[in-house]
Design a protein around this ligand. Structure first.
Ligand code: ARG
Length: 496
């Protein structure tokens, strides 16, 4: 087996089976095989350009790499711990199809350290595209559900206590807007994935005349070659950032999930969730549990854990590459996969959820004091200073509470006894639907204001899709291989 390794020369014995097992990353880094092969083809073309490979050798390597990729996707590649990682597997398998002398030239001026940095960057860039598309569709869904429900009043809460009437649409729109910031953060991350690490070597560059700019251009790195060979192999801050962005988006989704879970609880009964996102109980026949949303809520903690885990690995890690860095991939893969699942589960739950408008409205009317703020605003319009108005309405509330009735159950006399500024028109101010319609300022709960936000978000989503197309298309090399029908990897994805 020693012969298969990339580093056997100076060793007499091989690593202990324990180390073999713990050191191996193939079971998770095989996920980057498309990126690895693409990077290697760019490397081979560059080596031809600088006359280290002949045209024939380059062509042989290129065909060999595409065959390895094809065999991998056909499930024909034997994976082994001895070969550690995806990079070694690809190179080893290449030497089974190509003259080993020729295959042996591919790694010229390259280390697995800059190779893995490249693969990870390319993988992240692809994943960011998928995530942008998923967030965009979720924002669109939330915004369209908000429009569907823009006229349905519900109790708005602060401190989990009744506060003021809003609409179900306004409440849902709050999450659509929060997610636009998550989308912006993911978009922003794309800009930083623009430097190509390949050509940095183990840490110290190369004495060979590598054409790094050519590689960067072929692989679609618009910033060109990375600016420091040590930083290139040592840094994983982009992955930390991806986990952080995912963690924040996860927090937003967990709060939406919690609200929907509460809405679906029998006590509230504002929403009926589709069967597709619920399960039953093995004991209690009547149960319909919102597991999908509970998992969204729970998995947000998992992403935070991944973020903390990765940040902790990096904390105080000396320059430059250290094997600790191999921990980056599972953390980031899992954080982003988890977020994708959370987005999909949220979509599944919301797309077919039905609002029980009668229950929402009944809750609004059952609450005797939901209109207290409106009453204070009413007094302000009667020229009472707001601070006085607040106090006067407080007195009204205390009076009604003592009688165990709500604001609309008091008589005009009782109101006027508390303050003469009250007049008969006060009762029209106690209608929750009118109250909502009155709060029509930009970003307010009035149906037209919610619809105006929806229009804005719709434009933002259309813009996001255009940007995804412009910033996540296949790189020049991949494009060429696809055009020539040579590409044997997965179709480049841009999400849904
Ligand atoms: N599997 C390794 C990783 O993920 C690749 C780099 C290995 N480099 C090395 N010098 N052992 O980081």
């Amino acid at each position: 087996m020693t012969g298969k390794r990339m580093w056997g020369g100076r060793f007499k014995g091989g690593p202990d089976s324990l180390l073999l097992r713990v050191n191996a990353s193939i079971h998770f880094d095989q996920r980057m095989i498309d990126q690895d092969v693409l990077g290697s083809i760019a490397q081979a073309r560059m080596l031809e350009k600088i006359a280290i490979l002949s045209e024939g050798e380059r062509a042989e390597i290129e065909a060999g790499l595409l065959l390895v990729l094809k065999r991998y996707h056909a499930g024909e590649l034997a994976l082994s711990e001895e070969l550690e990682d995806v990079h070694t597997h690809v190179e080893h398998e290449l030497s089974n199809h190509v003259d080993p002398q020729t295959a042996g030239r591919l790694h010229t001026g390259r280390s697995r350290n800059d190779q893995v940095a490249l693969d990870v960057c390319m993988w992240l860039r692809d994943e960011v595209g998928v995530l942008r598309a998923a967030l965009t569709s979720l924002i669109e869904l939330l915004s369209s559900r908000a429009t569907d429900w823009a006229e349905i009043p519900c109790v708005g809460l602060t401190h989990l206590q009744s506060a003021q009437p809003v609409t179900v649409g306004h409440h849902i729109m709050a999450y659509a807007v929060a997610l636009t910031r998550d989308l912006e953060r993911v978009q922003d991350l794309r800009r930083r994935i623009r430097f190509c690490p390949l050509g940095s070597g183990s840490l110290a560059g190369s004495p060979l005349p590598l054409d790094r700019a050519y590689v960067a251009e072929q692989l679609g790195f618009e910033g060109g070659p990375s600016l420091n060979s040590m930083d290139s192999v040592a840094s994983r801050d982009l992955l930390v950032e991806a986990c952080a962005v995912a963690a924040v988006a996860g927090l937003n989704l967990s709060r939406l999930a919690e609200d929907l879970i509460l809405w679906a609880s029998p006590a509230q009964g504002w929403i009926t969730l589709p069967d597709e996102c619920c399960t039953g109980s093995s004991l209690m026949p009547q149960k319909k549990n919102p597991d999908g949303l509970e998992l969204v809520r729970g998995k947000s903690g998992r992403i935070l854990g991944r973020l903390m885990g990765l940040a902790t690995v990096l904390k105080g890690l000396p320059m430059s590459y250290n094997k600790d860095l191999q921990e980056d991939k599972e953390a980031c893969f899992d954080a982003l996969d988890t977020l994708q699942d959370m987005i999909a589960l949220t979509q599944l739950s919301l797309a077919k959820a039905e609002i029980r408008a009668d229950r929402c409205l009944a809750a609004v009317h059952a609450d005797g004091f939901l209109m207290a703020t409106d009453l204070a605003d009413y007094l302000v319009l009667k020229k009472v200073p707001f601070r006085d108005a607040h106090h006067i309405v407080g007195t009204v509330v205390a009076h009604a509470e003592q009688k165990s009735v709500g604001l609309k159950d008091l008589s005009l006399d009782e109101y006027q006894n508390i303050n003469p500024a009250f007049e008969a028109d006060l009762f029209t101010w106690l209608d929750p639907e009118r109250s909502i319609a009155r709060r029509s300022t930009a970003g307010g709960p009035a149906p037209d204001a919610v619809r105006a936000t929806a229009t804005q978000l719709h434009e933002l989503c259309a813009q996001s899709r255009r940007k995804i197309e412009a910033e996540h298309g296949p790189c020049p090399l991949l494009n060429e291989l696809i055009q020539k029908k040579l590409w044997t990897g997965l179709d480049p994805v841009q999400g849904d």
